[in-house]
Design a binder for this molecule. Structure first.
Ligand code: KIV
Ligand code: ZN
Length: 537
């Protein structure tokens, strides 16, 4: 049944799993997508755009699973994206129909550039297509959203015709995408106000919900989104950490916290539990292998750090001198001491469940073993440590290559050398050694001599999870494989966490390589995992 919302509430449509996953290197496994969807539900998003079901059988399966497992009666609307094409719309419906509140989101490019070069349709043909495809979508699902893609560069008068057609055929949400991040806040405000005023059947009181969808190519996505909301839109399409195509989408946390921090300015409500923001940001960053820049608003590691003496002095005297929101309001610094080395398996399971991870059986055993090791070495175990261990453990649960053991020597005397023992997908153990310019390089060389996937290392970053010399370190890497077909030549990310950052580095690299194997398939590697160059038969 279709969900409705009051006019004073800005509903959050999270597209991390669709537009966000289109970020270079952000490919997620279906287990990770489910975990993120569960966390988005906890965060309180109103709509989850779970994917583009017609894009591949994997996308279909992930959307279908999210619809069943997360799209419960009390849960968010589960939305699938579909081009304005009959087969896409039917496939989309099949994948979302198991949700208590399903939504079909269909789109068609409406700017002259898109009509001429991409859709190759006249305006008349585009109008016919919108009429037929929205009618089809509405015949399947009572909740239909329509997007005129590249609305920011479309002729406003033609947009009115297109949107009026969508409304006439039963669409209930009209989304205005600035697909290429081209417009300014003033222009977006004007466009949204005019469309709301001029589209027949879609004005205030009509029941139509207007939606903003902005990209960040000029760094204006949040400003444009807030301008659209001020013009009357009551749905914001966003991603966690602002990930997405090119420079990304509008970031959820920025828009949410603007509305929450300036209540008398916006005078609007949201259904978001802001204390879940930090946790969600970490989960998305770790699973996608996309680190958050330190100075990123709300979720960057410096977002609440006061460095200058005068600022520190002010904050010590009275927080509001330099703090417009508290770290606690976004769920930061609430990572209290949760468990110690005497805690049992049950306490660990309960705490992990509170953090949003469902663990049982073998997985619980494995994570408990890791927890005990860390608890022995480290005085305090925080929520952030548990989240890192959990994420690391999930990365290591793979049917492909696994790190068994490693040893590294480095320093000022001699060559940095690493010895690595790996398990190959067919269960064999392989040992290799490598030398390099430093310990990480030596490790990667040793791994490369077992897993032969030539690649370029695009990014390598290390970050300590908590303060203190005994902190766990987390590493993210991003690689591009060299000898694969063009459609597989994407960026693949990997994550690893350990109290030894060289071990975390090896795990992160292996997890990125495993993602390449998952995408390209094992056919590119021979049975021994020894000699083939992936993607070349
Ligand atoms: O940016 C865009 O235009 C989109 C549409 C598919 C809504 O993501
Ligand atoms: Zn988009």
């Amino acid at each position: 049944m279709m969900k409705t919302f009051d006019e004073n509430t800005v509903v959050f449509f999270d597209t991390t799993l669709r537009d966000g996953e289109q970020s270079p290197g952000a490919s997620l496994t279906s287990a990770e997508k489910i975990e993120i969807a569960r966390q988005l539900k906890r965060l309180g998003v109103d709509i989850i755009e779970a994917g583009f079901p017609a894009a591949s059988p994997d996308d279909f399966a992930a959307v279908e699973r999210i619809a069943h497992e997360v799209g419960t009666e009390d849960g968010p609307i589960i939305c699938g994206l579909a081009r304005a094409v009959e087969s896409d719309i039917r496939t989309c419906w099949e994948s979302i129909k198991g949700a208590a509140h399903p939504r079909i989101h269909t789109f068609l490019g409406t700017s002259d550039i898109h009509l001429q070069y991409q859709t190759r349709m006249s305006r008349t043909e585009a109008l016919r297509c919108v009429r037929e495809m929205v009618t089809l979508a509405v015949s399947l699902c009572d909740d239909v959203e329509f997007s005129p893609m590249d609305a920011g560069r479309s002729d406003p008068a033609f947009l009115v015709e297109v949107l009026a057609t969508a409304v006439e055929c039963g669409a209930t949400t009209l989304n205005i995408p600035d697909t290429v991040g081209y417009v300014t806040p003033e222009e977006y405000y004007e466009l949204m106000s005019n469309l709301i005023a001029e589209t027949p059947g879609a004005g205030p009181g009509s029941g139509i919900r207007w939606s903003v969808h902005c990209h960040n190519d000029l760094g204006l996505a949040t400003a444009n989104t807030l301008a659209g909301i001020q013009a009357g839109a009551r749905q914001a399409e966003v991603t966690v950490n602002g990930i997405g195509e090119r420079a990304g989408n509008t970031s959820l946390e920025e828009v949410v916290m603007a509305i929450h921090t300036r209540p008398t300015f916006y005078n609007l409500k949201t259904n978001i539990d802001t204390t879940q923001i930090t946790r969600t940001s970490r989960m998305v960053s770790n699973y996608t292998g996309m680190p958050v820049q330190p100075n990123k608003a709300i979720v960057g590691s410096n977002a609440f750090a006061h460095e200058a003496g005068i600022h520190q002095d002010g904050v010590l005297k009275e927080k509001s001198t330099y703090e417009i929101m508290t770290p606690q309001s976004v769920g930061l610094h609430n990572s209290q001491l949760v468990l110690g080395k005497h805690s049992g398996r049950h306490a660990l399971k309960v705490r992990l469940e509170e953090l949003g991870y469902e663990v049982d059986g073998e997985e619980l055993q494995a994570i408990f073993r890791r927890f005990k090791e860390v608890a022995d070495a480290k005085k305090k175990i925080t929520d952030a440590d548990l989240e890192a261990l959990m994420m690391d453990e999930r990365q290591q649960q793979t049917e492909f290559f696994k790190l068994l053991d490693m040893q590294v020597t480095c320093g000022t005397m001699g060559m940095p050398t690493a010895t690595i023992r790996l398990q190959t997908p067919d269960g064999q153990e392989k040992i290799a050694a490598g030398i390099g310019t430093g310990p990480v390089d030596a490790c990667f060389q040793a791994i490369d001599s077992i897993i032969k996937i030539p690649n370029t290392l695009l990014e390598y970053s290390v970050h300590s999870i908590t303060e203190g010399i005994d902190a766990l370190g987390e590493v993210t890497v991003r690689i591009t494989p060299a000898q694969v077909s063009d459609d597989m030549k994407k960026t693949y990310g990997g994550y690893g966490a350990d109290s030894d950052i060289i071990v975390a580095s090896a795990k992160a690299y292996i997890s990125a390589l495993n993602r390449v194997v998952a995408a390209v398939g094992m056919d590119g590697i021979d049975a021994e995992g020894q000699s083939a160059i992936i993607g070349v038969s």
